[in-house]
Design a binder for this molecule. Structure first.
Ligand code: A3P
Length: 345
């Protein structure tokens, strides 16, 4: 009897032991495959790769840790230099459009191991005071990266600010420019919603969207209203085209980035001459948020802040129709210039 019990116990222990070893092996293999999934890639094409060596992901994580320590003051500048980290001017900029999905685009591109994002909007080219501080000030605002990585920043105000194209051209005439657009009326309402929320936070009252978007005297679309003007994409783009050829721009469909991000990101990877590294694994739909969220690895994932994806107020359908009719010819021109037709009404 005792012998039988001992044998049974031994068998049980053996099963449990193999299960533990199996799980451990699975975990090791999974982490290993993630490393292989996201090797740092040499950047080809116009960016001109400076180094072809691959950077293992774990080294990158180590260096991120080092940078964190550096920011906290626990690591010396020399240590950072020792690891070849540099602050580079952006090779690509998301120039707009405000409320087009600029944050989502930047964060999603940052999933690519060769991309490093400037977390904050720097507002270097659109703010005279910042611009007067010079290009070194701008470079110092950039995150640390490996020389073969590319830095991307986003400041949506660049798209609509008169002086910006010339200023960016002076910095780098072959820079790549990303513009993320949404259906113009939806974008204008999103823009309004953001301003409205700001007013409400300060306990202030604000006009209804209809009152701002439609001129009460003429009953026509109010082109003096900034949210309307920003959505006339072609007018702004034409200013940019005085400095940059159309090949240097890539249009991202912001409405599709919401519902089906991967194909949009793959188009951007191609435009930036990056090897395809962002996969479906990196993006998962979060039903509570109602948006896609980001998965960097088995441990780290994140959704965008609650300020992205606000509920829009209801707008009088006749005003929406009027706005859509107003934007229609501008949209046609935009499709024609960019070569990207979007199915806007
Ligand atoms: P709404 O708040 O109108 O829904 P920006 O970053 O340029 O301010 O753009 C904000 C918009 O990004 C949001 O507009 C939201 O719809 C859109 N967006 C796109 N992908 C998103 C994502 N994965 N998570 C949250 N918002 C996303």
């Amino acid at each position: 009897m005792l012998f039988k019990q001992q044998a049974w116990l031994r068998q049980k222990l053996l099963v449990l032991g193999s299960l533990a070893v199996g799980s451990l092996l699975y975990l090791v293999a999974r982490v290993g495959s993630l490393d292989r999934l996201q090797p740092i890639c040499p950047i080809e094409g116009r960016f001109g790769a400076r180094g072809q060596a691959e950077i293992p992901l774990r080294a990158l994580q180590f260096k991120r840790g080092l940078l964190h320590e550096f920011r906290k003051g626990n690591s010396s500048k020399e240590q950072v230099h020792l690891h070849d980290l540099v602050q580079q001017l952006p090779k690509a900029i998301i120039i707009g459009v405000r409320k087009g999905g600029t944050r989502a685009l930047l964060e999603m591109l940052n999933l690519h191991p060769a991309v490093v994002k400037a977390s904050q909007e720097i507002h270097f080219f659109d703010n005279d005071e910042n611009y007067a501080k010079g290009i070194e000030w701008y470079r110092k605002k950039m995150p640390f990266s490996y020389p073969q990585q590319i830095t991307i920043e986003k400041s949506p105000a660049y798209f609509i600010t008169e002086e910006v194209p010339e200023r960016i051209y002076k910095m780098n005439s072959s820079i790549k420019l990303l513009i993320i657009v949404r259906e113009p009326t939806t974008r204008a309402i999103s823009d309004y919603t953001q301003v409205l929320e700001g007013k409400e936070r300060k306990n202030k009252t604000y006009y209804k969207f209809e009152k701002l978007a439609i001129d009460p005297n003429t009953c026509e679309v109010n082109t003096k209203y900034k949210a309307v003007r920003t959505s006339i994409y072609t007018k702004h783009l034409e200013r940019w085209l005085k400095y940059f050829p159309i090949e240097q721009f890539h249009i991202v469909d912001g409405d599709r980035l919401i519902t089906e991000p991967l194909p949009e990101l793959q188009l951007v990877e191609k435009f930036l001459n990056l090897p395809p590294r962002i996969s479906q694994y990196n993006l998962y739909f979060n039903a509570t948020r109602g948006f896609y969220c980001l998965r960097f690895n088995i441990i780290f994932n994140k959704c965008l802040a609650g300020s992205k994806g606000r509920i829009h107020p209801e707008v009088d359908p006749s005003v929406i129709t009027k706005l859509r009719k107003f934007f229609h010819p501008f949209n046609q021109k935009f499709y024609q210039i960019t070569g990207r037709t979007l199915n806007w009404p």
